[in-house]
Design a protein around this ligand. Structure first.
Ligand SMILES: [Zn+2]
Length: 363
């Protein structure tokens, strides 16, 4: 109801010229059959029970959780978090409850205050680090992906709904659609979990993280599914790194999108004019270096950090993922090369209050 009021107001303001940006159309009808059921509570009793396995929501009462809410409960208990709202939503065959929480964060410093890491996000591996580490995709992801595809094919063989003729879906189709939806959600969850684990670890450990800027043009141009998935993952990795480096007192540097991280030799700096995607090994004609393609790219990215510190610009820019993230100023914090010592990475301004979402699964 509240959302409808907001939609109507946006539409009216847009018509009257009071609203900036793109023209807002009349609100669409939200069908109960087609949209995921969800409800948001902003007032009333919202709390986590002392056993951490139940939450209490207005009207719905006491709900049993599938996953413990202990992390949220701990913060609520010691007064570093305040629940702003709770949303209950159906998705992937389960009910989820998510809380929008205002969190007071302690000031932190990365475990290795002088450490720089270049991160090359790939397809075969989730990421290749300049430290030489290959970060694999989450376990079971390939199998889950396979299952998702085969259930999708099974679904296409059954009688689905047809909006043109008004035909309703068959019972078999509905069951198959539910199965496919659950498999799809599992793939998404595995992938998200893998990305979070990677970005949390990187932000806790390293003071400076260098990644490539997002190539939006390239993303739109390519139609290969695997590449699209990798790009989507990359955008998410960058977004997570931007706010997590902010939380941990580190910084994120973005290489210019035209910087040839793959084509440059990490040994001597020679830039190749051509490097096919199929060439997994980088061979330098100038100095004879033979190195894994992604490893080479990650080393080049890491080397950019030194360049940034001496010149203050060049092919890298320090910034957050977007305006909404409040890490912008913190990520842009500059240090003089060689003068930073442990503890001085705390050039980060005191952490304010940030709002983030905590997820918990309910039965
Ligand atoms: Zn070379």
């Amino acid at each position: 109801m509240e959302a409808l009021a907001r939609g109507l107001k946006n539409w009216a303001d847009s018509r009257g010229g009071a609203r900036a940006g793109r023209v807002v159309r009349f609100p669409r009808f939200k069908s109960r059959r087609r949209t995921a059921p969800s409800v948001r509570f902003t007032t009333g009793a919202i709390r986590v029970e002392p056993d951490r396995m139940h939450v209490v929501l207005p009207r719905l009462g006491r709900l049993k959780l599938h996953e413990s809410a202990r992390k949220l409960a701990r913060r609520l208990d010691n007064g570093t978090a305040r629940i702003m709202s709770a949303t209950v939503r159906r998705g992937g065959g389960r009910w989820h409850v998510s809380f929008t929480v205002e969190v007071e964060r302690a000031e932190r410093a990365p475990a290795r205050p002088r450490s720089v890491v270049g991160v090359d996000v790939g397809i075969k591996h989730l990421a290749v680090l300049s430290t030489g580490e290959l970060v694999d995709n989450p376990r079971h992801l390939a199998a889950a992906h396979q299952r998702m595809r085969s259930l999708g094919r099974a679904l296409s063989r059954k009688t689905g709904p047809d909006r043109r003729t008004g035909r309703r879906a068959s019972k078999r189709w509905e069951r198959a659609a539910a199965r496919a939806g659950r498999a799809h959600a599992r793939v998404a969850h595995l992938r998200r979990d893998g990305l979070h684990k990677l970005t949390t670890r990187l932000a806790r450990e390293h003071a400076t993280i260098v990644v490539e800027d997002l190539n939006v043009v390239g993303m739109l141009a390519n139609r290969k599914l695997a590449r699209c998935v990798a790009d989507a993952g990359f955008a998410e990795i960058r977004r997570q790194l931007a706010y997590k480096t902010g939380w941990n007192g580190g910084r994120l540097l973005l290489a210019d999108r035209w910087y040839p991280s793959s084509k440059t030799c990490s040994g001597c700096g020679t830039v190749k004019t051509k490097l096919a995607l199929s060439e997994r090994e980088y061979t330098c004609e100038a100095c004879g270096l033979v190195i894994d393609r992604d490893r080479n790219a990650s080393l080049n990215l890491a080397a950019l950090a030194a360049e940034f510190d001496t010149v203050g610009s060049g092919p890298v820019a320090a910034r957050g993922a977007d305006q909404k993230t409040r890490v912008r100023g913190q990520v842009a914090t500059k240090r003089e090369p060689g003068t930073a010592s442990a503890g001085q990475t705390g050039t980060v301004p005191p952490q304010g209050r940030t709002t983030n979402r905590v997820f918990a699964k309910a039965h």
